[in-house]
Design a binder for this molecule. Sequence first.
Ligand code: MG
Length: 392
Amino acid sequence: MYRDKRVAVIIAAGGAGLRMGAELPKQFMRIGGLPVLTRTAEAFENNASVDDIYVVAEPARAADCRAILCASIAKLRGVCAGGATRQASVFAGLSALPAAVDLVLVHDAVRPFVSQGCIDRVLRCAAERGAAAAAVPAKDTIKTVRDGVFTETLDRSALYMMQTPQAFLRPLLCAAHAAAAKAGFTGTDDAVLLERIGEKVYLTEGDYDNIKLTTPEDAAAARAIAARADGAEGGLRVGSGCDAHRFCAGRDLILGGVRIPHDRGLLGRSDADALTHALIDALLGAAALGDIGGMFPDTDARYEGISSLLLLTEAFAAVRSRGYALINADATILAERPKLAPYIGTMRERLARAMGTAPERISIKATTTEGLGFAGREEGVAAQATVLLFRE
Ligand code: MG
């Protein structure tokens, strides 16, 4: 909500991206390890004023959009089928909004570097004045040309390059689209639809980094901006995990995916591999993807007796889908008995294999607690893990 207004964003992701010359439409291209559309949607996911995210895509690409967004975009309410033009696609998105939405942001999927400040400025201005759009002053001298000859030099101080987001009180945007449709007018942004019916659209400060990925040169610029943006938060993510399971008779003792000869095992829905569970929690924590209980609910019968290595593979795939790679993991098992040193090498290999990484990236230690606490009393086993990820 912004003040008392419910805010939705329509992300126009319908373009075929032919000018980019890439195999994939540019909204699906990976920049710095993440699909462009994911970066774009994340900007709105992370904005506290935005309530609902709608993506408009080519019908054939709708499933791809859902697949890349479902893990991280909790505000995603729908992926709608777009029309033949950008304008028709935005109109399709507009038609899909629930009645409760008051304020509508429209944004190009291929502008993944929109800043929070830019979104906030456009929202604030539109809430107060009805309609607003981000733009930046033209840097180059702009001339008109006829038959290969310059005909006029435009006054640069009055020229702005339009960006998105553009934001509108919903009735204004609906009226502008309806009028354009009635007149058969097609515009290249939404602001022009309001301009032509005499409504004012107010300028808000855009951002030169808020580039639109259009041509192959843009991809190189985008990589540089992504490296800078990700670098600003270090590009590194640390996570920690901790788990414990109780000993019980009649079960195998599994730690780090290795069955360890012992007179009892650990109790749990899965194989109760406390080390692997701690590592999973550390990985999910580093990527802010919740925890093991959220990803693999205890109540789900699928996980009865399952090897935790399979859960690790799945959890790490989710982390990778967010664009992260593992730098290293370090874990400690707390157990009084049995002696674990002979199994550590195999644990490292199995955990590494489950993540498709090298054992050298994974360190495992084991310690007793000198008879202290539940581990010392041999009531159970605990493990803790720390991981470091980087965004590729
Ligand atoms: Mg556990």
